[in-house]
Every structure is written in structure tokens, then in C-alpha cells.
Design a protein around this ligand. Structure first.
Ligand code: IMP
Ligand code: MG
Length: 175
């Protein structure tokens, strides 16, 4: 597990600037929303959510959901289960689902299906990173921080087997 290196892909300053810009766009979009809830997909989105929500200047609630993840594997199983559900009811809410990375799209598709059964007023997706070439369905985030190539990335909340979440930048794993 120690035989890899991390190279900087997106430096901290660039990440924070982009997140700040996303917050401005999202604030504008939801300026008339009566009930907005930001739903973070744990654990990978925790740092992104904190920075994103800090800069939102509309009334907003924050909730989290945890679904099964890759474990120590580097590929998606496509088998998504709820591990920790939302604490609150989203019926009638404008939901902004926040994810770290859209890869195959299977996680988001499954979570969208689950959330839609709870009758929110609307659901939009904000993803920090998008690996477009890996997509196997029609899932598209409404806001994307950065388009990235097909590399395994870590940092800014994102892990490789639970490590490297604390890095303040986005790095790529190099064997
Ligand atoms: P998807 O279901 O294939 O779209 O996978 C999305 C999930 O896989 C994300 O929430 C991440 O947790 C994880 N993931 C995808 N690519 C990476 C990566 O490069 N590094 C770490 N986790 C990743
Ligand atoms: Mg994840």
C-alpha cells in the first residue's frame, strides 16, 4: 500500500478559486428557492461541501448520505447500497446533490433514483471532478469543478483506500 506516489494535478489555489466560483453560480441559481438542502455523498465530498457551502449566500440546510464505495478496489462494482441515510426529509426541497467524482456514473444514478422516490421539488448535481470518458450511462452533473482525464486521483477529501483525504490539492496516484 505504500508503493505509490502522488503528483499534483490541480493545485490548492486553483481548487479553491473554482469552488468559490461554483458557489457564486449556485447562489445565483437558487436565489428564489424557499427550501434548499445540500446533500453530500460521504466521505469523499466532505471537504468540497465545507468550502462550497461556506460561500453560499442563500438559506441552506446540509445533510449527508453514505453509500457503499469501492473499498480497496480502483473500479466500481455498480452495486450501490445505502450505508447511512439522510437525517432529514427532502420532500418539497430543492436538493443539490454534491459528489466528489463522477466516474462511471453508477453511484449518482443509483442515488438519484433513491432520492427521487422521496418527492423533492427538484434535484441538481454538483460534482467537483468529472471523468467523462469513463461514463457508462447518461448521468451529467449540472455543475462540474474540473474535467479530468482517466487517472486515479486523491486529496481534497478523496481517498485511495482511505488515505490521502487530507491533502489540500488534487493529486494523481503514480505507481
Ligand atoms: P462511479 O459510480 O463509477 O461514478 O464512481 C464514483 C465514485 O467512485 C466516487 O464517489 C468516488 O468515491 C469513487 N472514485 C471514482 N474515481 C475515483 C478516483 O480517481 N479516486 C478516488 N475515488 C474515485
Ligand atoms: Mg465516493
Amino acid at each position: 500500500m505504500n508503493d505509490y506516489k502522488v503528483e499534483i494535478l490541480i493545485p490548492e489555489k486553483k481548487v479553491l478559486k473554482r469552488v468559490n466560483d461554483l458557489s457564486k453560480e449556485i447562489t445565483k441559481y437558487y436565489k428564489d428557492s424557499k427550501k434548499l438542502v445540500v446533500v453530500g455523498l460521504l466521505r469523499g465530498s466532505f471537504m468540497f461541501i465545507a468550502d462550497l457551502v461556506r460561500q453560499l449566500s442563500v438559506p441552506v440546510e446540509v445533510d449527508f448520505i453514505t453509500v457503499s464505495s469501492y473499498g480497496s478496489e480502483m473500479t466500481s462494482s455498480g452495486n450501490v447500497k445505502i450505508i447511512k441515510d439522510l437525517d432529514g426529509d427532502i420532500n418539497g426541497y430543492d436538493v443539490l446533490l454534491v459528489e466528489d467524482i463522477v466516474d462511471t456514473g453508477q453511484t449518482l444514478e443509483a442515488v438519484m433514483d433513491i432520492l427521487e422516490t422521496r418527492l423533492p421539488n427538484s434535484i441538481k448535481i454538483c460534482a467537483l471532478l468529472n471523468k467523462e470518458v469513463r461514463r457508462i450511462n447518461k448521468i451529467q452533473a449540472d455543475w462540474v469543478g474540473f474535467e479530468i482525464p482517466d487517472e486515479f486521483v486523491v486529496g481534497y477529501g478523496i481517498d485511495f483506500d482511505q488515505r490521502n483525504r487530507n491533502l489540500p490539492y488534487i493529486g494523481k496516484v503514480v505507481k
